[in-house]
Design a protein around this ligand. Structure first.
Ligand code: ZN
Length: 204
């Protein structure tokens, strides 16, 4: 079996908005359970589920109310994006990693606005203001503590995923008048300046 098949075998269905699990705060993972087969298998399944479809996945999105998220922003995702957009979004590749029991602190609250989507709100995008820079403390899959600082797109991903762990979806924070369906986002709005989109939709 190739690693690709193995990955597909492990994929879990992604829960969509409407399931209460997405709206409940999650439970901390007891540190002495991190090494258990149950948690390690969940991490592998979450990694497989995220692979190739998104930049972050939180446990409630696979129906599990635990404080766990997986992040990755591989270079393949950036290949089709214009360099000036990547630069404006301060978006650089992020190697896959796991967050267990993360705590997020805002380092620079200055809001940055970009379109955002969510695997659990399939088919839509909206402009969401997010803090410029954050600091996160968490445990890795061996249960070891680590800390990281993130800015730009990586900081956005962290805010989005850790929001999930508190029962919050991007629709709670979006500029509601900028909600668009994914098709029109791809065709018309993805390359447009956010200020222009906001003005057109009366979202100022
Ligand atoms: Zn999401």
């Amino acid at each position: 079996m190739s690693p690709e098949d193995d990955r597909d075998e492990l994929r879990l269905p992604i829960v969509q908005a409407g399931d209460p699990v997405l709206r409940r705060p999650t439970r901390l993972v007891p540190v002495d359970e991190i090494a258990s087969d149950r948690i390690q298998a969940l991490l592998d399944a979450m990694i497989a589920t995220l692979s190739g479809v998104g930049v972050g996945l939180a446990a409630p999105q696979v129906g599990v109310d635990l404080r766990i998220a997986v992040i990755e922003d591989p270079p393949e995702y950036h290949a089709q994006m214009p360099d000036d957009l990547l630069e404006a979004q301060d978006r650089t590749p992020v190697e896959r990693y796991v967050l267990i029991n993360p705590e997020l602190t805002v380092v620079d609250a200055k809001p940055v606005e970009w379109f955002e989507g969510c695997l659990s709100v399939d088919g839509y995008r909206a402009v969401v203001p997010r803090a410029t820079a954050v600091h996160v403390r968490a445990l890795d899959r061996e249960g070891q503590p680590f800390e990281l600082d993130a800015t730009g797109w990586h900081a956005r991903i962290l805010q989005h995923e850790i929001d999930h762990l508190d029962g919050c979806l991007y629709v709670d924070r979006m500029l509601t008048r900028t909600l668009v369906d994914s098709e029109s986002y791809s065709e018309r709005w993805g390359g447009d300046a956010i200020d222009h989109v906001k003005a057109l939709f009366g979202a100022d």
